[in-house]
Design a protein around this ligand. Sequence first.
Ligand SMILES: [Zn+2]
Length: 445
Amino acid sequence: MSPKQAPQLGVDPYFPTHGDTRYRVHRYELALDYKPGPNRLGGSARLTAVAGGEPLREFTLDLNDFRIGRVLVDGRAAHYTHRGGKLRIRPAKALAAGAAFTVEVHYSGNPKPVRSPWGGVGWEELTDGALVASQPIGAPSWYPCNDRPADKASYQIAITTPSPYSVLVGGRLLTRTTRGSTTTWVYEQAAPTSSYLVCVSIGQYELLRLGGPDTGEVPQQAHAPARLVPQATHDFGRQGAMMRLFEELFGPYPFDGYTVVVADEELDVPVEAQGVATFGTNHVDGARGSERLIAHELAHQWFGNSVTVADWRHIWLNEGFAKYAEWIWSERSGGRPAAHHAAVAHSLLAGLPQDLRLADPGRDRMFDDRLYERGGLAVHALRCALGDESFFRMVKDWTTLNRHGVVGTAGFTAHVRRYPSRRPVDGVLEAWLHETLLPPPPIPG
Ligand SMILES: [Zn+2]
């Protein structure tokens, strides 16, 4: 994508109070202590950031209700206020336009989810441990951040917790040091990462070996409660083959490794994070009953985590492709072809209200089931219009050109138009992405 077509990186229209567009964060260094019993989290966050085009007299970070110990900008105490989830910081001296600066926030308290139209998101205390599932606005439930998907940064995350617990975070485990009854886990996530994709799982988990000749080059590990190890080992047994297929279709896996956590709790849906997916106990049955979800979450590593939406209006670019990856996995692993799944989705949608616009569904409908189904169908409609050869080249180029980048629908449609097609794609893009009426079922060209 040329810079001219780069999406506008402004305030997110769905969550205008989250994030601050006046600066960018390059790196977060979190050093936190967590006590599972009392659900107590405390420590420090050190951010390295750069001011935008204007001098910064003040700026904001998103952070839930915590007790703030002190706030330093470039090592000097800064004035701040903290209310309504916003930490408003006034440095002792205004920051020049384009200046690099550091912010250090010391804080502690009882983390709890951020309220959202979909219930609480973010830090969640479990019966024995905790997990973080932040999409879309839960990150401030546990650390101070510039909470907008377009502001990607690298992360170092150090968490100290009682030794029986595992701390699982995306990225590379640098060190694990036990002192007395606690262990400190230090992870490095070098790839640019959106705040909503930073996750933590703390619990008493066993490590599964996902072996076999299909595993390929990408390190993959899975963690589950001890009693679910046999079932989970079977259920995730084909993930290595899935990884190889998706690398063939979408390009090299974008991160250091892939970690799957089966949290010791039922979850409505599994959730993706950077290099990690978290499933619930209800997604493990020893019969691969949720294998399509395993494919869905893995596909998000390309669609959403590496290639990230500039703002949440474009969420169909995450969910449409993750849904379509379920259908492709089915097709390529001996199951029903994608065309079958597309036909089922189409008849399902035909019986539901047709008032959802894929390219900008509105905040309250960003997780509507219809967005997922119609998103998968839109991708299938493009496959039918372009033909397989052109379609799969278009998809692989999309993930390659935008690797670790930020995208929007306009950039995607411009990208699609560059590829040879059997039928004109303009009408297909318009009907599936911008109109609400359900187009006829896509037919291969
Ligand atoms: Zn998804």
